[in-house]
Write a protein that binds this ligand. Sequence first.
Ligand code: GLY
Length: 314
Amino acid sequence: MAENGHYSLMIHGGAGMLESLKDPKTASRYRQSIHRILEHGREVLESGGSALQTVATCATLLEDDPLFNAGRGSVLNELGKVEMDAAIMDGRDLSAGAVAAVQNIANPIQLAHQVMSKSEHVMLIAEGALRFADQCGIEQTPDNYFYTPERIAQLEQARLNDKIVLDHDETDSEDEAQKYGTIGAVARDLTGNLAAATSTGGMVNKSMGRVGDSPIVGAGVYADNETCAVSATGYGEDFMRTLIGKTISDLMLMKTLDGVQATAAGIDYFKRKVQGRGGVIVVDKNGQCSRGLTTKKLIHGWIEKSAESMVGFD
Ligand code: GLY
């Protein structure tokens, strides 16, 4: 039986080499944003909000902050367009909603939430997702909301280098893009329910129509009240091939590991099978928080069992 009466929350803002964190001002901006969003999440949880409401709120705030590669801060694809992926999952009944390759949506996580609650489906993509957004009363946001000078410069750099810049690149230390990544939130509420949310703009200069792990249930996002809630950040293709979220959950379910042990075993599998690049945040059914990473850094923060909020970069 899981213990009740306390809540836990973890959020992340990407993984990678993140050389930019060596600059104290940049590190402080990330720290402040993560701390502020955790405290918003705490308010939701303390006022009796569900884990699902909490992860939706935190993911929305992360999408609104141009510091992170999701929503407003999304990176640009090969055509200089923003195409975003997001998913949300409720550990109570494994219901899930996802959107992929959507444009002009300020908060893809909210659209994913609508897919979960108002449609018969788990995932809607591209034009179909926009049509559904319209039916839900979610207005489209103009291009200039997303196209920051930083993102345009980043795409130009990637084109100059003739490469697809992965948001967690470990090899090119000069690349500005390394500070960008997926966002995510996982929570356990006061009654022991779990939920997870993940959202991203993907990779700089990615092919039009490329979809990563973030909207794939079992890969970039997973939540099951019997085990844990997981959100991933890193090379989407590595997570899609190893289904890291479901793998960590299954390690708890079938091997009776706790969240910390299952996270370590999942990351070990991720490294061993595909030399995976990225990280995960996990809250287990008892409210234990853990993170695992194969990159140098993972921007994340946590509140474990209603305690003080903490921010970490590794
Ligand atoms: N992990 C985000 C992506 O690969 O799109």
